[in-house]
Design a binder for this molecule. Structure first.
Ligand code: C2E
Ligand code: MG
Ligand code: MG
Ligand code: MG
Length: 286
């Protein structure tokens, strides 16, 4: 193997190393053109009320389809977009698109649906955020209380006082706030009391631990009690099995989101589901 020709050696080593070095640069270059070239798309994942079985809203999740790179997952480009600042225009696009789509669904009589939109740290720290949201609601005609903005603990903890101020600004116009990936960040319970949020989203890592792990199950039960004690709603994310669903229902969880009901899908596919109004839990094929 060590005795290969120079050309082969280059072939053996270079692609791997270059792929790594170029990846980031290529990705950054490509990301710059993505908005202009209309390569982003939103998928929507239903959120289901556990008591009624009805779809009460969806979460908008960004997808990037690059002609050569293929589909790039948000986990791979959100951080880069964040570092480069590109997340601000991208995030504005997501907000606009999501609110417009939800308003269309409401107009079509599909219900008083809510739309949840993820914000990035940079977007949340932008001084003009509250105005931007106001502008999007005005432009799209969506009622503020149909919009839920998802924040993470780390975003809130970066500058607690500024975060509370921004949250108050959003709450004042009627927008709902939720804490995404709840329990995985670094906020303390002392802050939870001060953050004016409406909803806690139980992270999927906790949901995964419900079955076969007594401590994991106890933790989920405790988070739900904590949320309700603080007069907040709870939604569990990443729910995949009937066992998880049954346990969450027993604990009084309000809503669930996960593959057990539906995966994130393009607007057209979600619309078909919204027309039916309710979804049946269906465990994914093994
Ligand atoms: P998130 O906001 O916590 O979104 C939930 C993630 O879990 C989504 O991954 C969703 O597809 C996935 N998921 C939903 N149900 C299940 C399930 O039953 N099992 C499993 N294993 N996964 C499930 P996705 O779409 O790849 O997004 C990853 C993360 O990227 C999001 O996590 C969010 O933090 C971020 N993200 C997505 N869209 C946006 C966006 O428009 N703006 C910003 N700033 N971040 C976004
Ligand atoms: Mg989210
Ligand atoms: Mg999450
Ligand atoms: Mg997340």
């Amino acid at each position: 193997r060590a005795k290969q020709t120079g050309r082969n050696a280059v072939h053996f080593y270079a692609p791997h190393m270059n792929a790594h070095a170029l990846d980031r640069l290529a990705l950054e270059g490509a990301l710059r053109g993505a908005l202009r070239d209309d390569q982003f798309e939103l998928h929507f994942q239903p959120q289901v009320d556990l008591h009624s079985g009805r779809v009460v809203g969806t979460e908008a999740l960004i997808r990037w389809r690059h002609p050569h790179l293929g589909t790039v997952r948000p986990d791979r480009f959100i951080a880069l977009a964040e570092e480069t600042g590109l997340i601000v225009p991208i995030g504005a696009w997501v907000l606009e698109k999501a609110c417009r789509q939800n308003r269309e669904w409401q107009r079509a009589g599909l219900g008083p649906l809510r739309i949840a939109v993820n914000l990035s740290a940079r977007q949340f720290a932008e001084p003009g955020l509250v105005q931007t949201v106001r502008g999007v609601l005005d432009d799209t005609g969506l009622d503020a209380d149909s919009l839920e903005i998802e924040l993470t603990e780390s975003m809130m903890m970066a500058d607690v006082e500024a975060a509370i101020e921004t949250m108050r600004g959003l709450k004042a116009m009627g927008v709902k706030l939720s804490i995404d990936d709840f329990g995985t960040g670094y906020s303390s319970l002392a802050y939870l009391k001060r953050f004016p949020v409406d909803v806690l989203k139980i992270d999927q890592s906790f949901v995964r631990d419900i079955v076969g792990n007594a401590d994991g199950a106890a933790l989920v039960d405790a988070i739900i009690s904590l949320a309700h004690g603080l007069r907040k709603q709870v939604i569990a994310e990443g729910v995949e099995t009937i066992e998880q669903l049954d346990y969450l229902r027993d604990c009084g969880c309000d809503e669930v989101q996960g593959h057990i009901y539906a995966r994130p899908e393009p607007s057209g596919d979600v619309e078909a589901l919204l027309r039916r109004g309710r979804v049946e839990p269906a465990p994914a094929d093994a």
